[in-house]
Structure formats: C-alpha cells, structure tokens
Design a protein around this ligand. Structure first.
Ligand SMILES: C[S@@+](CC[C@H](N)C(=O)[O-])C[C@H]1O[C@@H](n2cnc3c(N)ncnc32)[C@H](O)[C@@H]1O
Length: 269
C-alpha cells in the first residue's frame, strides 16, 4: 500500500556523474546516463563485484534483523530502487515492518514510488535529505510518522565513504546513533582503503576525475563508527563474510568492510 507521496522531483543533472547512478550501472540497472556509465567503465572490473557483494550484505543483514524481530528501519543512502529493496525483504518476514528511506540524489526521489509500495500491514516513507544534516533527517521523519522516530535499525550501507573526514562522518553517525533506543541496531558497510589498496586508489581517482570525492577507510577507521556499540557475530568483516549459513565462497574476495552492532542497554553514552 503506498503510504507516502514523494514531492516533485528536482531536475536531474545528466552532465555530471552521480554516485547513485554509477552504482546503478555497476549493478546492471537502467536508471543511469552515459556520464555515469563512462565512470563505471573506467573503474576496475572488481567494482561490479563489490557492488553486488554489498547489496547481498544488505539483503542478509535485513533478513537477519527481521528474523530477530526488528520491525522499524531507517535506511539512509538508499540508492535507486533495485529489487528486492529493503522493505520487500523486511516485510517478507515482518509484514507490519515500517521503513523510512532517505537519500539526497534527485534520481532516487524520481523513482521513490517503487519504494513506497509497502505491504498492506506495514508502511514505507521516503525523505529527500542529506545525511550531513542528521538532525534534519530525524526531524523530517517525525511529523509524518511519529512512531518511526523509535527506528530500531539504522542502516548506512555503502554511504559513509562518500563523506571525506572534513565532513565529520564520525560526528554524523554519533548523532544518529544517539537517537536510537537501546536494543536498536546499526548496519553499516564501507569501502576499504586497506584491502586491495591499489584498486581502492584507482577507484578514488576515477571518482575524483568525475568530481566525486571519496573517503575510503581502513578497518580500524570503520570500527570507530561502532564505538560504544556491541558488534554482533561475526563482527566487522568483509561483506561476503558477514553472517551466512555457509562459508563465503573463496572467490568472493571483497574490498568492503561490513558489520552490524546493537545499542547496549545503557545507551551509547
Ligand atoms: C553506493 S549507493 C548505496 C545504495 C544502497 N544503500 C546499497 O547499499 O545498495 C550510495 C547512496 O548514497 C547516497 N548518498 C551519497 N551521499 C549522500 C549524502 N550526503 N546524503 C544522503 N545520501 C547520500 C547516494 O545518492 C547513493 O544513492
């Protein structure tokens, strides 16, 4: 059931590559432009594997948390709808699950209707906002769906490497996590600077040529996003290694750090 009406989409700039559209091209999607495809084609071929592995991590982490009874999700940096989307996975397990999607890319807003087709029992909402305004995101969700304020899962999947250090990603995550009640979960994946570092450098340079600044990080730097939280098994690992019932195939050699953590009962303070 559609549960929100997206505002009129702003004009899409087709002269400059955008992260959401390059990612769509890497995943084999059709919602991208020649300028995005050009960036994708200049990236090392492993970038497509990384995008697929990252998306598979999102699927497993969402299903796992829904299995644990999590029924409220705040997903920032949602990306262009790509089936199955997060709400489809969560609502398969918990039909009444409530989801708030957030992205700052105009193209995601244009396609938001696909994100708003909720199960009849649940709700989905789309908020056009920038993660660099965490207070605004929390406020934007509030008047429309008050009950979503107590989101039990915050997902920042393949988002934070678009925030170099001078944009204070640690402070942003802290503000968002501090708004979560105890027992909530943070789900996070992040491109690595310390795995396949030559490829990481190449990717960073290609995006920079397209005017997109990246801040890939080491495992220790990514671990800092989880400070004060309890990482669930198997901890902070590569995306294909994160919880699965059988070992990750050897060829799934990934450049993505991924983890899920709980807000402890006393909160993060
Ligand atoms: C690589 S895609 C990841 C999509 C999805 N989370 C996934 O993992 O499949 C990154 C998304 O983050 C969004 N993004 C990048 N910077 C952002 C920002 N400052 N605020 C909100 N969204 C942002 C992009 O528009 C893009 O849709």
């Amino acid at each position: 059931m559609p549960t929100g009406t997206p505002p009129t989409p702003p004009r899409t700039d087709t002269t400059r590559a955008q992260p959401a559209r390059v990612y769509d091209w890497l995943l084999g999607g059709k919602d991208n432009y020649p300028v995005d495809e050009a960036v994708g084609r200049r990236l090392p071929p492993q970038a497509k594997d990384a995008a697929r592995q990252n998306r598979a991590f999102m699927h497993r982490a969402t299903a796992w948390l829904a299995d644990q009874g999590v029924d409220q999700f705040l997903d920032i940096g949602t990306g262009i709808p790509t089936e199955p989307n997060l709400h489809q996975i969560a609502q398969r397990v918990v039909p009444a699950a409530r989801i708030v999607y957030v992205d700052n890319a105009p193209i995601v807003l244009r396609h938001a209707e696909a994100l708003l087709v909720s199960s009849p029992e649940g709700t989905t909402e789309y908020v056009q906002a920038d993660v660099r305004d965490p207070g605004g995101i929390l406020r934007a969700a509030r008047p429309r769906r008050p009950r979503l304020l107590t989101s039990r899962r915050l997902s920042l999947i393949a988002l934070l490497h678009f925030l170099p250090d001078d944009q204070d990603p640690q402070g942003i995550v802290r503000e968002l996590v501090d708004a979560l009640p105890p027992g909530s979960a943070l789900v996070l994946s992040h491109a690595a600077s310390d795995l396949h570092s030559d490829l990481a450098r190449q990717v960073t340079e290609e995006y920079a040529r397209a005017g997109i600044r990246l801040g890939f990080r080491t495992r220790d730097e990514v671990a800092r996003f989880f400070d004060g939280l309890d990482l669930v098994d198997p901890g902070l690992v590569t995306a294909p290694e994160w919880f699965r019932t059988e070992p990750a195939p050897a060829e799934e050699d990934s450049g993505i750090h991924a983890g899920v953590a709980r807000v402890p009962s006393g909160g993060t303070a």
